[in-house]
Ligand binder design. Structure first.
Ligand SMILES: CC(C)(COP(=O)(O)OP(=O)(O)OC[C@H]1O[C@@H](n2cnc3c(N)ncnc32)[C@H](O)[C@@H]1OP(=O)(O)O)[C@@H](O)C(=O)NCCC(=O)NCCS
Length: 337
């Protein structure tokens, strides 16, 4: 360990040798390398057990363990690992404005690069678990929240055909304790609005709501329980939480033309009273319902031909696109206080 030179690397060396995007350096270069603990990775057996606890499927556990970073072999990647770890520690429990996404490292960093952030998240598990306990999450809620890692790895592998992580914006929020799962729904604390907003007053904030993919239906009872738990938890945050927002294709009101009004998706949508920020997003139902991706704005006809048409929703998505329509993401707002 002592003979290696990763500590002597400059941000410029690392960026040049790995071909890192400006976005990565903008995130990592300001992180102090002096003071604070250096990253320590869990030993092989501990890591294997932890990966199972975080809900990784076997294929993702194996690819992660096989791509364990090595400080001697890849000092530049170790530098990225260490800085990313310190960044998460510095941001623990801190709400952040702006784009939280961590984009994938360049392909030339290979399997280790594609799994590097998985190892960063593993390294920070003890601290985020402590943070969860401090804000009153139960043990089960804590592990449930962190199992977003397993969900995201599996979904990324299905979508891209490659093991490891693609761009992720949700996981840095989860592994700094800002995003958590409470029963059926996920939530994350957001920054308060600082200017004019048709739904929020200055200084008010909402919890962003997520609907994790699951075979479990989105029943009223499950959602009621999740929202009630979120309201209880939010009461002890320093910010003034006045309700919920949900930015999703599930908020597209055109779904009312196709789904019965008793469907869980429409019952969920009707909880939200104001809708803003509508953007065309045909990719969203294609990705979330069919687990498929395409290039460009328009869904290729050949892809539409391949999609299964077993359920009302599957037929709705395809029929609407075939008739020249589009699907949208928009933000639904729900005020509770
Ligand atoms: C949100 C979700 C749990 C709702 O499922 P649900 O509780 O069954 O929803 P509904 O009661 O409204 O279902 C209405 C119809 O759509 C179908 N449907 C719902 N979700 C479906 C899905 N993911 N794939 C295929 N069909 C689906 C149902 O089977 C039903 O059709 P049917 O009567 O012909 O069987 C589910 O759609 C899902 O897991 N989606 C992926 C997660 C997601 O997109 N999250 C938002 C990310 S921004």
């Amino acid at each position: 360990m002592m003979a290696v030179g990763w500590r002597g690397l400059s941000a410029g060396d690392v960026s040049r040798r790995l071909g890192l995007a400006g976005e990565v350096m903008a995130r990592l270069a300001p992180v102090s390398r002096v003071g604070g603990p250096e990253v320590v990775l869990p030993a092989e057996g501990v890591a294997a057990r932890l990966l199972a606890r975080l809900g990784l499927e076997e294929a993702d556990r194996e690819s992660t363990l096989a791509a364990r970073p090595d400080v001697r072999r890849e000092p530049e990647l170790w530098w990225v690992l260490d800085r990313s770890y310190r960044l998460l520690l510095a941001q623990m429990g801190q709400r952040r404005a702006g784009d939280p996404a961590w984009r994938a490292l360049p392909d030339r960093t290979g399997a280790v690069g594609r799994h590097l952030f998985v190892w960063v998240f593993l390294a920070v598990v003890p601290q985020v678990r402590d943070y969860h306990a401090a804000i009153g999450l139960t043990d089960e809620e804590s592990w449930d929240s962190l199992s977003a890692l397993g969900d995201e790895l599996a979904s990324s592998r299905r979508l891209t055909g490659r093991a490891g992580l693609d761009a992720t914006w949700g996981l840095p929020l989860v592994f700094t304790g800002v995003g958590f799962r409470l029963g059926r729904l996920g939530f994350e604390r957001s920054c308060p609005e600082s200017g004019e907003h048709e739904f929020l007053q200055v200084g008010e904030s909402v919890l962003n709501t997520h609907v994790p993919a699951s075979r479990t239906p989105l029943t009223d009872e499950a959602c009621d329980a999740s929202f009630a738990r979120a309201i209880a938890l939010a009461g002890q945050f320093p910010e003034r939480v006045v309700g919920f927002a949900c930015h999703s294709w599930l908020m597209d009101e055109q779904l009312t033309q196709y789904l019965p009004s008793t469907s869980n998706i429409l019952r969920f949508q009707r909880r939200f009273t104001t809708f803003t920020d509508r953007v065309r997003a045909d990719w969203a139902p294609i990705e979330h319902v069919f687990h498929r991706r395409f290039d460009g704005d328009d869904v290729p006809g050949a892809l539409l031909d391949e999609l299964p048409q077993r359920t009302t929703l599957e037929r709705a998505i395809v029929t609407h696109l075939r008739s020249g329509g589009h699907w949208h993401n928009q933000t639904g707002w729900l005020r509770t206080h």
